[in-house]
Design a protein around this ligand. Sequence first.
Ligand SMILES: [Zn+2]
Length: 145
Amino acid sequence: METHYQILGVSPDAPTNIIKQRFQQLIIQHHPDKKGASSPMSNENDAHRILQAWNVLRDSEKRQKYDIQLEVESHKTKITINSDVDLDDMEYAESEGSYSLVCRCSGTYVITEDDLELGNDVICCDNCSLRIRVLYDVIEDDDDS
Ligand SMILES: [Zn+2]
């Protein structure tokens, strides 16, 4: 999966005016109506992806959110998970809306209901560098059985 930066061929810290220049060059190159295009279909797809990337990166707020998302994604692959823990095995604190578990270092793992809603299932001990993945059932609206 290419990032919006890769699609536009710019570095993740490129300023908006550089990204804009690059976008304008690319969109001309990939325009589906461009004469002599060898494959109109793929050009159409490319143009769509370029537009999508530009729509996020042009907007500082959207770009910021996208950057955070990218960072989370990249950490997901780098993080070593020490063990999987079932949510049912964690202690629920109703007042906090959070689940906790004591680490073997006597530190604590805490995951909040907000984390669960956001799909953040990997948590770090507050005392050492160990991480656990919390296993829980995602409640789906549709039943495709
Ligand atoms: Zn620990």
